[in-house]
Design a protein around this ligand. Sequence first.
Ligand code: ZN
Ligand code: ZN
Length: 165
Amino acid sequence: MILDLRSLFVNDGETLPLDCRFDMSEVDFFGTCPLRSPVSVKGSAFSRAGIVTLSVECDCEYTAPCDRCGEVAVKHYNVPIERVLVSQLENDENDEMILVQDFKLDLYELVYTEVVLAMPSKHLCTKDCKGLCFKCGKNLNDGPCGCATKEVDPRLKALAELLEN
Ligand SMILES: [Zn+2]
Ligand SMILES: [Zn+2]
């Protein structure tokens, strides 16, 4: 989605409201495509005192299996993007600035980059997810499986064997 921002660079005090949705359902994160619902992008680009700024918030619904228990969990992430837009390179250029050639900005490309960077490398259904029992595979969030209690201390086991003989 290409925004034409020429009027912002020409007229001070102007605001371009932004409210759009991007389909990112095919974007692959670690082998899954968790952004099943469109990413909503809201905010504006505006010119104030000779400075053109883009300020939006991206609302992302991240749906993927929990890294520990495998249950599908949905999390919402709000990714704010705020950048100064410049139409030509300046000496004090930094990462917060974006050069917009011919006053055109590819909003999708910017949102794509920022959203991909902001998504978590770890996805848990709850922060204290108990995961699966490594012996029987039961989801321990549903309650204990009983494996741990059946485990006998090897020293007690040796003693029990001695007493049996
Ligand atoms: Zn979990
Ligand atoms: Zn178990």
